[in-house]
Design a binder for this molecule. Structure first.
Ligand SMILES: Nc1ncnc2c1ncn2[C@@H]1O[C@H](COP(=O)(O)OP(=O)(O)O)[C@@H](O)[C@H]1O
Ligand SMILES: [Mg+2]
Length: 609
């Protein structure tokens, strides 16, 4: 229930809207009940039970009760019968029925409109909240295992919540009101019969509650499975080239077959229970009606009849109206169970605290003045240390290169500088102050990152370069592209800077993608540069172009360069050889080359290959 209230709190003006929702619901229900109760005088008119000799009751002083309404109605009703005859009284009743039906439907419509307003706002706001919160989470949160799950939460879970809200507004909030109002009416028609029905009703409720209880756990399993399916799809579609090249289609078909079968199993079992709720409640409802007819029939037919036949028929007509809302209510509860399972998954995501956060009194970093220093830094993703006691200084304006066997921890080390992760032990300092003391955005504003895989978006070349800064002038973008050796190939594309590059830049070659990434970094013009194997994915032709672009980019900046090809970092001010999380060697190219160490070995290997 708390979860449900939290979902509702995402809608705008929820208090006012719920108030109106209830107001319209109640008016709709009351007028609905009215037109059914009017069956009684209608039957009386037809069966000539409006006894002509009856005295017309005077209109009493107003009070908010059924007695008042019944007396007022009887006043006019009997007046019409006595003055104008039965046919006219029938007309009067019919006119009232039509009027109340129109009013009842008008209010029902208004109630649905209110429900829709609540629902659409809520879905939009939840989506926005998820996106805002999740994009704030630290990098480690987005490993592949979670991507499909995250997408599934954003789409399917939100859909389930939407469904639940729609259903529950109608079924769980409104129908109990309907049922209470109708029972109130039943009670004023015949207290004795009503008490009888109240005795048998809990039976129905109990059976349904049991079915519902079993649904919830499966709902969670079902949504999780869907997340894994989305994940497989995402991987397959983005890796289609490899899938085909390795003839891995059957392998993937198997994988998705397994997951889909699981999903099928859970949903089948869930649906079996779900579908059971409706027939069971209907059969129970009919059993109750049968009981009432027998019990009430006894009252009508007994020698000193205590119940009027027309009233009895009216009672049954009203009671029959309760069955549908009761059914809706039980369906609504099952939808709600599925919805809350989804809502839990959504809130779990919204509530997860980013591991990397601004301190409340974080300093805004205006300019980078002096140096970046790693002080006794160790780091572990989980339990094993990936970096061990690293000490290292990058002075302003200098270039420090990281080299070494893959898996050694170079990328991890570089990720600590823009604070994608925090060190497990030790500190990274910028101008003598821990990175944790700076406002994260201001820190990252000082840095540009170019990695091996260029991250591009399905947009124009212009927007990919101007990334996150759409108001920038065309001139500046062109200038950046020129520095990045990208201008020439951009001009050769179909629409120049307005060319769409496809998902993840799939319409471009690797070298072209890389040069766009570099142009993006040039445009940002950051004092600190982090290059993580920016050229290693390229063929030697485009590598030359990209390398040139990188040299242009590195001019007058402080750079941390991770290089696969050692020839590209020979001029670095310091070369650090990282192996198994530790600094194995350090020095200039000359120093290291004269030593007979790991660096020399690596250089030799590359020469021969
Ligand atoms: N997101 C991650 N979660 C857990 N372990 C990781 C993650 N990223 C890298 N590692 C591990 O950390 C070690 C160092 O990786 P990395 O810094 O990428 O090395 P390099 O860039 O030198 O090739 C490797 O053993 C790798 O398996
Ligand atoms: Mg790496």
């Amino acid at each position: 229930m708390k979860i449900f209230l939290r979902i509702l709190s995402f809608a705008n003006n929820i208090g006012r809207r719920l108030a109106f929702f209830f107001l319209y619901s109640i008016l709709g229900i009351v007028f609905g009940a009215f037109n059914i109760v009017l069956v009684i005088p209608m039957l009386k008119s037809l069966f000539d039970q409006g006894k002509k000799e009856a005295t017309i009751p005077p209109i009493p002083g107003f009070s908010f009760s059924t007695d008042y309404l019944v007396t007022v109605f009887n006043h006019y009703y009997l007046t019409i019968i006595q003055n104008y005859g039965r046919l006219n009284s029938l007309l009067f009743v019919i006119a009232l029925i039509v009027l109340t039906v129109v009013l009842a439907n008008l209010f029902r419509y208004l109630e649905r409109i209110m429900a829709t307003k609540i629902r659409v706002d809520l879905v939009k706001n939840i989506r926005m909240e998820i996106f805002k919160k999740v994009s704030l989470l630290h990098i480690g949160y987005f490993n592949n295992e979670r991507k499909g799950d995250l997408i599934s939460r954003f789409t399917n879970d939100v859909m389930e919540v939407e469904n639940a809200v729609m259903n529950s507004l109608k079924a769980v909030l409104k129908e109990p009101v309907t049922i209470v109002v109708y029972f109130f009416v039943l009670f004023s028609i015949s207290p004795k019969l009503t008490l009888f029905t109240l005795l048998v009703l809990p039976l129905t409720g109990g059976v349904l509650a049991e079915i519902i209880k079993r649904l919830k756990k499966q709902a969670v399993a079902s949504q999780e499975s869907l997340g894994r399916i989305v994940n497989i799809l995402d991987e397959t579609f983005s890796g289609m080239r490899v899938v085909k090249a390795f003839n891995a289609r059957n392998f993937l078909i198997d994988k998705i077959e397994k997951e889909s079968s699981f999903y099928r199993k859970v949903n089948k079992s869930m649906s079996y229970k779900n579908e059971l709720a409706s027939p069971v409640s209907e059969i129970l409802g009919v059993l109750i009606i049968a009981g009432i007819i027998f019990f009430g029939g006894n009252m009508v037919l007994s020698e000193n009849s205590t119940l009027d036949a027309a009233v009895f028929l009216g009672f049954i007509a009203v009671f029959a109206q309760i069955i549908q809302p009761a059914k809706n209510f039980s369906n609504g509860i099952t939808a709600l169970q599925k919805g809350t399972a989804s809502a839990k998954r959504i809130f779990e995501m919204i509530d997860s605290q980013p591991a990397i956060q601004n301190k409340p009194d974080a300093t805004v970093l205006k300019t980078f003045v002096n140096e970046i220093e790693f002080k006794n830094v160790s780091f572990a993703y989980d339990t094993d240390l990936v970096l061990k006691n690293i000490n290292l200084t990058i002075k302003k304006g200098k270039t420090v290169a990281l080299v070494g066997p893959s898996g050694g921890g170079k990328s991890t080390l570089a990720d600590l500088v823009p604070r994608f992760y925090d060190p497990t032990q030790g500190e990274v300092l910028l101008d003598g102050k821990s990175l944790k003391d700076y406002d994260i955005e201001s820190l990252r504003r000082q840095m540009g990152v170019v990695t091996q895989e260029s991250i591009l978006f399905n947009d124009t070349i212009f927007n990919n370069i101007a990334f996150g800064n759409p108001s920038i002038s065309e001139e500046t973008v062109v200038q950046a592209a020129k520095i990045a050796n990208a201008h020439d190939f951009i001009m050769q594309t179909e629409n120049g800077y307005q060319t769409l590059i496809g998902e993840r830049g799939s319409k471009l070659s690797g070298g072209q993608r890389q040069r766009l990434s570099i142009a993006r970094a040039v445009l940002k013009n950051p004092p600190i540069l982090i290059l993580d194997e920016a050229t290693s994915a390229l063929d030697s032709e485009s590598e030359k172009l990209v390398q040139e672009a990188l040299y242009n980019l590195m001019k007058n900046r402080t750079s941390l360069v991770i290089a696969h090809r050692l020839s590209t970092i020979q001029h670095a001010d310091e070369i650090i050889v990282v192996q198994q999380g530790e600094i194995a060697e350090r020095g200039t190219h000359e120093d290291l080359n004269n030593r007979n160490g790991l660096y020399k070995k690596l250089v030799e290997i590359q020469k021969t290959s």
